[in-house]
Design a binder for this molecule. Structure first.
Ligand code: SF4
Ligand code: FES
Length: 363
């Protein structure tokens, strides 16, 4: 029986490559490990290319950790080429003439010739008319289609009839007709790196971002400072003016109670005490619990509506729960003859303060 040996005439990558790089290390002429998968280099899609590299391809297939390198062998008459010994030695791994279950068409027996037919016109038409991307669901790598760098004729020449899908895709990638896209994880990583390094940002965009950041910082700082200041500094109450100009003194010559300034808690009263006619300014606030009494002209008294306290025209209390007379304000007349009531200074009868000259204007 004539001596035979096996040679690989077709090699492809089944779905599931984990891009470990091992095959490219073992046989860089055939395997090209890319970002998402390994592909077969376009020249290696032809039997004439793979046949002399059979030992290296088998070594790579046996070293593939996920067993996705597939190949097809034929029996060839004659002994193994002498240079294969060097290939096997370089691979430092036993490389039999067969690859066990990985060879789909190999096997003992008579040589099985692989038939090559003219390129499928439908395939050529497809390349001319459509963009192609790898199918993830079919196990192929995802690809972004770009403008072909080679003519479809070149591709069809590189594609033997019946080449497996991965090999077809590898050809398109190799010729520049398509290129594998980036994985989502890869794009996220790139984005994060860009953001981290500031790369990809225009000078203007960078300036705007920095300005916005500073603006936000200043705003927060100013707000905090304002809050702190508001918290720390005691607030001065806004008080109404205590000095009230109630008109010319000559308007109060007649004895009586003048209620024009009651809204400002002032009764201007012209009265006679111990035979002396005077103008006084009485505080309208009841000395019991702070209600505002009413002037009753008929009775000539002030009567508090809350608990019934009664005060005479002088302000002296004479009935009800009020414990003391109404208070009197300081009064003065300016150079123009205007009577001015100063509510900031009060005089209390029970304290003997009504005799104070500032508590009355003699008229
Ligand atoms: S050895 Fe196998 S898993 Fe590793 S890159 Fe090559 S084909 Fe992919
Ligand atoms: S508040 Fe005036 S009598 Fe009580």
């Amino acid at each position: 029986m004539a001596e035979t040996h096996k040679e690989i005439v077709k090699v492809w990558i089944a779905p599931g490559c984990i891009v470990c790089d091992a095959c490219e290390t073992d046989c860089p002429e055939v395997f090209d490990v890319q970002e998402e998968t390994c592909i077969i280099r376009p020249p290696a899609l032809k039997a004439e290319f793979t046949r002399p590299l059979t030992p290296s391809i088998i070594t790579a297939a046996e070293g593939c950790p996920v067993d996705v390198i597939k190949y097809e062998m034929i029996d060839v008459e004659g002994p193994e080429p002498a240079e294969w010994a060097a290939q096997k030695e370089a691979a430092s791994a036993p490389a039999g003439g067969e690859a066990g279950g990985k060879a789909s068409g190999g096997g003992g027996g008579a040589a099985a010739a692989v038939s090559y037919a003219p390129p499928d016109p439908k395939w050529v038409q497809l390349l001319e008319a459509a963009h192609v991307s790898g199918s993830r669901s079919a196990g192929g790598p995802r690809a972004i289609v770009r403008t072909a760098k080679v003519q479809p004729e070149s591709i069809q020449q590189a594609l033997p009839l019946g080449a497996p899908p991965d090999a077809q895709f590898a050809t398109m990638v190799g010729t520049g007709y398509t290129r594998p896209g980036k994985s989502v994880a890869e794009r996220i990583r790139e984005r994060a790196e860009k953001v981290g390094s500031g790369a990809g940002m225009t000078r203007r965009g960078f300036g705007v971002t920095v300005a916005a950041a500073w603006g936000a910082l200043v705003f927060v700082g100013a707000t905090s400072l304002a809050w702190f200041q508001s918290f720390m500094i005691p607030k001065a109450p806004i008080l109404p003016p205590t000095r009230v100009r109630v008109g010319k003194l000559t308007a109060y010559t007649e004895l009586g109670v003048y209620e024009d300034y009651k809204p400002q808690n002032i009764w201007v009263v012209t009265l006679e005490e111990e035979g002396i006619k005077k103008v006084v300014a009485i505080n309208t606030v009841c000395t019991h619990l702070g209600c505002i009494p009413n002037w009753l002209p008929a009775a000539q008294i002030f009567k508090c509506p809350c608990h019934g306290s009664g005060f005479r025209k002088t302000g002296i209390n004479f009935e009800g729960p009020a414990p003391r007379p109404l208070e009197r304000f300081k009064v003065e007349v300016d150079a123009t003859g205007t009577l001015i009531v100063d509510k900031g200074t009060k005089f209390r009868q029970e304290l003997g303060q009504w005799s104070n000259p500032a508590a009355q204007i003699l008229v």
